[in-house]
Design a protein around this ligand. Structure first.
Ligand SMILES: [Zn+2]
Length: 311
């Protein structure tokens, strides 16, 4: 009885386990919400894609926990608007805090996602919103969490320079690059691709971190407030491990009980066969494999989209 019902039981338990973890953050999605593409002409603030951007940042945290750290505004580091995301690379954050302790900073833009960079790039192309310079999506140092634009830049070049921030981009005086942080460009693109696949199992794209035509087309269609399914990562792994442990314990106990039952001289022919440890191990492994596949890009192990699962 147990053996043929196990996969659905396991899946149900995994879903419940995963859905109760704090990493599983979801946002509402409805047809009335504007898409990233629509936001190009509807406003001049990247706050229109804040929900999606927070999901992308959280997915980056899932993929690479050391890449980004939280950066909250303080009395020394002021955020100019809700378009400023509360993230930065850890070294960049340390250097920003050190500089701010000498002279307060007004941040117009820090960590950016590919969705925000897309808007800035398009506004620059269209001559909208007074954008002076914008790198192509996927290619800005802001997307590595190692750049910052300051509103009070003109009086902060010295203090920023003495805290590992270079000020050297022609035509972009507000911009500073942290010289101690790694180039992690592409991570935000990869995070978006994972989110897209998780929410569109019938329209998967390659999870390669490259901002190409396929990714650009999906980004334009994405809701600025975020997908129905947000960042999702470690919870599945932990839930899978815990469930596998519990099931194996149950199987061991069942086998032991059956051996005792047989040894006590019971009617062997009527004894119902137990599920057995090997069956459970195989089924748990299969389910875990499928869940990891879903987590790592949403692709199954079967069919032509196998390559898309390689995150
Ligand atoms: Zn900048």
């Amino acid at each position: 009885m147990l053996s043929h019902r196990l996969p659905s039981i396991v899946l149900a338990a995994l879903v419940v386990t995963a859905c109760t973890q704090p990493e599983d953050i979801t946002y509402g999605e409805s047809s009335s919400e504007i898409s990233v593409g629509t936001a190009v002409t509807s406003s001049c603030s990247t706050a229109t894609v804040r929900g999606l951007s927070i999901q992308i940042a959280q997915e980056v945290e899932c993929m690479s926990p050391t890449s980004l750290v939280k950066l909250s505004p303080t009395t020394r580091i002021k955020f100019a608007s809700s378009a400023v995301l509360p993230y930065m690379h850890s070294r960049a954050k340390a250097d920003l805090v050190s500089a701010a302790n000498v002279a307060s900073l007004s941040v117009n833009s820090g960590y950016r996602t590919v969705a925000q960079q897309y808007l800035l790039y398009r506004w620059d192309q269209l001559g909208r919103c007074g954008i002076a310079v914008a790198a192509t999506p996927g290619n800005s140092n802001h997307e590595s969490g190692r750049a910052v634009d300051l509103g009070n830049w003109s009086s902060r070049v010295g203090v920023m320079g003495s805290h590992h921030w270079s000020h050297s981009v022609p035509g972009d005086p507000v911009h500073f690059d942290n010289t101690r942080s790694p180039d992690n460009r592409g991570q935000d693109v990869k995070a978006f691709q994972r989110l897209w696949n998780r929410n569109h199992p019938g329209d998967k794209i390659s999870v390669d971190g490259d901002y190409g035509p396929q990714t650009a087309a999906r980004l334009k269609k994405s809701p600025g407030t975020g997908f129905a399914k947000g960042a999702f990562c470690k919870a599945v792994e932990r839930g899978t491990d815990l469930l596998a442990t519990l099931l194996l314990c149950g199987a061991v106990l069942q086998e032991a009980a059956e051996r005792r039952h047989a040894g006590a001289g019971a009617d062997h022919d009527d004894r119902r066969p137990g599920i057995g440890r090997r069956t459970i191990v195989a089924e748990v492994d299969d389910v875990a494999h499928r869940m990891r596949g879903a987590r790592d890009g949403g692709a199954s192990r079967h069919g032509s989209d196998r390559h898309a699962a390689l995150a």
